[in-house]
Each structure stands twice: as C-alpha cells, then as structure tokens.
Design a protein around this ligand. Structure first.
Ligand code: KIV
Ligand code: ZN
Length: 527
C-alpha cells in the first residue's frame, strides 16, 4: 500500500491560544503542556512570542529544552530585534523554527502598518533572509492573508521562498473566509507561484464564523500540508481551528482525506483536560471530540442501536481519543505501589517522589470520605498536588471553618501561613465564598479583580470532589488557580490561594522595567 502523505500538525496553543483574553499560563504549566504535546506527536510547537515579555522569552527557552521530538518554534514580527530575541530563546534546541510574519492585506498595510505594498514586499526579503541566516527552518506568514489581493500574495510568497522560507502560512486572521474561497486561494498559490514546490503550504484559520476547522480541511484538500491549530480551539476572539477536530476528521474520513498525522489520538482527551485546567476555560459539554457529551447516547432509540451495533451511532470510538469508561479504581486499602501503578496507567509517568507522596496522602484522606474512587478523582488529586504543593508558594491554607445556612450572616474562620508566618482571621460575607475570600484578603492584603469563579463536579454523586477554578487580574496580568476537594469551600479557598501564589511569582518575574515591557506587549498584541 502506498504511504499516505503526511499532514504536519503545528500547535499554537501556547502562543495564539494564550492570546485568548484571560488564558494565561505559568512557566510550569507551559512545561507540563509541552511534555504532553511531545508525547502527543505534535510536529511543531509554537511556544510563544519571545519579544513580548521576559516571561514569554523564558517560556520559549524552557520549552525548547523540554521538547524531545516536537520542533520548538517562536514568533517574530518583521523586525531584527524580534528575530534575534526569537533566536536567543530557541538556540539551545538541536532543531528549531523561526516564524516571522507581516500583514499583506490592503487594509492592514494602510491602516495598521502605514506601509505601501512595495515597502512590505522589500521587508520580506530583508527579514526572511535575516531569519534564514539563523536557522534553515523559517516559516513566513502573510497576516490577513484571506483578505489579500491574490496576485500580490503570489508575488510575496515567491519572494519569501526565494529568501529562504520553507513553510508558507496563509492565515485567515479574522476568520472571514469560507471553504470554497480558501480552496481557491491554496490552489492559486500552487498553480501560480513558480517555486512553490520548495515550500510547504500551511493553514492558520480563526473561528469567527465557526468555520476554522472546515477551512483548514479545505486547505489541506487543496494541497496545504501543515495545519496550525490549538487544543480545544482556544485562541484570539472565537479561537483557532481545534487540533483534536482536524486530526479526528482526517482519521475518521480517511476515505476522503487519505493523509496521516503523527498524532497519538489516544492522548487527545488528556491534552484537552490539561489545557482546560490550566487556562480555566471549560470545554463545552457538546464540544466535538473532547466534550463531556461527545460520546454520550441519551435517546432510547440511539441506545438500542448502539447495543445492537456500535457503528449505528458511533463514527469513532471514545477509546480512540482516550476517553475511558469511568472505572471504579481503588479503595482505602489500596497501597502505595498500586497507587503508583495507577498513576502510570493514567499517563503520569514522570512525577517526582514528593508529588506522588503528597497525592497518595490526599488519596488516603479522600478514600476515608468517599465510597467510590474513580480515575477522574485520582487525576484531580494529582493535578491538585502538582499545583498546590509547589515549593515556591508564599501562602498556604492551614485551616478553615465555615458557618453557612439560612438566617445568619455567613462566616469564615481561617488560618493561613503567609511567608512562613501563621496568621488567623474571621470574616462575615455575602455567602460563604465571599467570607472565605475576605479572610484571605485580610491575611494577605492585595488588590486584584476576580474574573472567574467556577465549580465543577469531578464525578457523579453528592460525595463527588469539586474542582474549583479562579481567575484573578492585576495590572493587566491574569493567573488561574485550581483546586479539588470533596469540600467545595476548601477547594474554593485553595483555588484562590493558588491563583494568588501564581500572581506573586508573576509580579516578581515582571518587576524590572515593567512599564516598558507592558508597553511592548501591548504593541505586540495590537498587531
Ligand atoms: O492569525 C494570525 O494571522 C496569526 C499570525 C501571527 C500567524 O496568528
Ligand atoms: Zn492567529
């Protein structure tokens, strides 16, 4: 059988995805995500925009050292300073990609760049050549490509390839195109650009009209061989093409799209949960591939069909994307060894002894409180241990008592360890969560905006653990904290404290020349 053509999967969750309002990820979280992406088989990981801030630079640099198989990539505008910064962040990796871009649509050239088409054209030669002198893996993007004059686009693409770009990315920056139009754009480039055989064409579709996945697949069917996408489809505004959807569409409709990706689809569900946890962006229940209901069959007719033959209503199996049947896993008599084996089977192969020990302690406490412990419970425990038991935490919850109910003002009594000192407070509030958050504020005075407070049950039943997510904002910077506990109020306190601890770290890291850096970041985001 002839070998199928490969479609390269370029993930931009940590760059375009992080540009979603409120979706910020800490360095540790980005490293955790990168490890999963490496295992998942992503070909190229766009790790960030190194010029945007010292934090972005540090993240791209750290990720480029963590990735073993995926190629790390950084984004740079057409500016030598941007490209140098990108190179500095990536240079430790044995192979890396520099992705440089400029707008080519009349609207963007005139109003955003204040440049003529000739100036933009000249800039391509200068900057792609400059990047190519630093690496032989250069990608060039014509921002707002789908609103660019097609003849002008052909000329710029030809020049970018002649200047050394090996990948040419056609962004639908504002999510404006439709599949038939995008097909035509890719076909025209393939037919009219004389040196197009020296580069791979790539799609980068935004989802403003809900067409990002359809447009990406149309691009591939027309001849593109790289798809830029993000886990859960996160990204600017309505997001980017969802990685899990494009990959599973190619796999499921291989009769129409006879290509292969290198993605281990059984890890899609794990990657989706991780990105959702880290960003605090819930995955909608009916989301294709990774939504809670994506494989649930509710109606009697469907259930009857499924029992007779799964193919009646199932076009792909839940197992193929890593959704396991909820399984009863362990009880209070399970030992350390069985717990460790369970963690490995759930994909937690390289946890430190400290994290395992901490999670095991929590598991024992949970087993005393909760009759049935499921895989989801163990996952919540470990994720919680990874986040809460961070050695660099300044604030730790020592104890909490809450008085709630009808008739009386709700009250919280709390003990916190703040920078090694034990402090206590009690506060009343407009509900128990308000009282808890007021206690934290009293013991660790701070001014932040609470942007999100969200509770999810990890499993079914009234004794289920609750996962609480909290997003806070301070001077334009956001952090997300998460915690799980059978007591929703304890989880709420820990989630808020976790977000605060991350904010403290973020403050320390962005302290130098903050104004200038934030200005630069604003500029970068505004392009
Ligand atoms: O949407 C876009 O145009 C981008 C480019 C920087 C590739 O994200
Ligand atoms: Zn984009």
């Amino acid at each position: 059988m002839a070998k199928k053509e490969k479609i390269f999967i370029f993930d931009t969750t940590m760059r375009d995805g992080e540009q979603s309002p409120g979706a910020s990820m800490s360095l540790e979280e980005k490293i955790q995500i990168s490890r999963v992406f490496d295992e998942l088989g992503i070909d190229i990981v766009e790790a960030g925009f190194p010029i945007a801030s010292p934090g972005d630079f540090e993240a791209v640099s750290a990720i480029s050292k963590v990735l073993k198989k995926s190629i790390p990539c950084g984004l740079a505008r057409h500016s030598k300073k941007d490209i140098d910064r990108c190179y500095e962040a990536l240079k430790h990796a044995p192979r890396f990609r520099i992705h440089t871009f400029i707008s080519t649509s009349p609207l963007h050239m005139k109003h955003k760049l204040n440049k003529t088409p000739e100036q933009v054209y000249d800039s391509i030669k200068e900057h792609v050549t400059y990047a190519r002198n630093l690496t032989d893996d250069v990608e060039w993007s014509c921002e707002d490509g789908t609103r660019t004059d097609i003849d002008y686009m052909c000329k710029t693409v030809e020049l970018a390839i002649n200047s050394g770009a090996k990948t040419i990315n056609i962004p639908d920056t504002v999510g404006y195109t439709v599949p038939s139009e995008f097909t035509k754009i890719i076909e025209t480039l393939l037919n009219k650009v004389p040196n197009i055989d020296k580069a791979i064409l790539s799609t980068h579709c935004h989802n403003d009209l809900g067409l990002a996945v359809a447009n990406s697949l149309a691009g591939v069917q027309a001849g593109a061989r790289q798809i830029e996408c993000t886990i859960n489809g996160i990204g600017e505004r309505a997001g980017n093409a969802a990685l899990e959807e494009v990959v599973m569409a190619i796999r499921t409709r291989n009769d129409l799209m006879p290509y292969e990706t290198g993605i281990n689809t059984k890890l899609l569900s794990k990657a989706s949960k991780l990105v959702s946890n880290v960003t605090g962006f819930p995955v909608q229940y009916n989301k294709a591939i990774v939504g809670k209901n994506a494989f649930a069959h509710e109606s009697g007719i469907h259930q009857d069909g499924m029992l007779k033959n799964r193919n009646t209503y199932e076009i792909m199996t839940p197992e193929s994307v890593g959704v396991k049947q909820t399984s009863l896993v362990m009880g209070k008599h399970s030992g350390r060894h069985a717990f460790k084996d369970k963690l490995i089977s759930l994909g937690y192969a390289d946890l430190t002894d400290d994290v395992i020990e901490n999670a095991f302690g929590k598991f024992k406490i949970l087993a005393d409180k909760k009759k049935h412990i499921y895989d989801e419970d163990i996952i919540a425990l470990v994720d919680d241990s990874l986040i809460i038991d961070n050695k660099s935490n300044s604030i730790i919850l020592k104890s909490l008592k809450v008085f709630a109910g009808t008739g009386e003002p709700q009250k919280a009594e709390m003990k916190l360890e703040v920078n090694g000192q034990i402090k206590s407070a009690n506060e009343t509030g407009d509900g128990p969560v308000d009282a808890i958050f007021k206690c934290i504020k009293k013991l660790y005075p701070h001014e932040v905006n609470l942007q999100l407070y969200q509770v999810h049950a990890v499993t079914e039943g009234t004794d289920a653990q609750a996962t609480v997510s909290v997003r806070i904002e301070e001077n334009g910077k956001t952090t997300v904290g998460q915690a799980a506990d059978t007591d929703t109020l304890v989880a709420s306190a820990n989630a808020y404290i976790s977000a605060l601890n991350k904010m403290i770290i973020k403050r320390e890291k962005t302290a130098p020349a903050m104004e200038q850096i934030l200005d630069e970041k604003e500029k970068v985001r505004g392009i």
